[in-house]
Design a protein around this ligand. Structure first.
Ligand SMILES: [Zn+2]
Length: 82
């Protein structure tokens, strides 16, 4: 497989993120507190629930990877339709 000039750096970036836990700060949808979360780079397009460290209510995390290959996380409360 031959990589062209544009593809190569992206692929290298992506590989560098494999097996790496990315720390992101989100705001709790219930209490609004800022919470550090660790995201496993392999969990792309995953959804999971974790209790808020502050108010202990269940937060739904939805992971996605954008066009640049960066992992991002969205949070929803349990009553959100998404
Ligand atoms: Zn909270």
């Amino acid at each position: 497989m031959i990589l062209n000039y544009r593809q190569a750096p992206k692929l290298l970036d992506w590989r560098a993120n494999v097996n790496v836990l990315t720390e992101q700060v989100i705001s709790c949808p219930y209490c609004g507190e800022s919470i550090d979360v660790l995201i496993n780079a392999e969990d792309e397009a995953e959804q999971y629930i974790e209790d808020c460290q502050v108010c202990c209510r269940p937060i739904t995390f939805v992971l996605s990877r954008d066009d640049n290959g960066d992992l991002s996380v969205a949070v929803h409360d349990e009553n959100d339709s998404f």
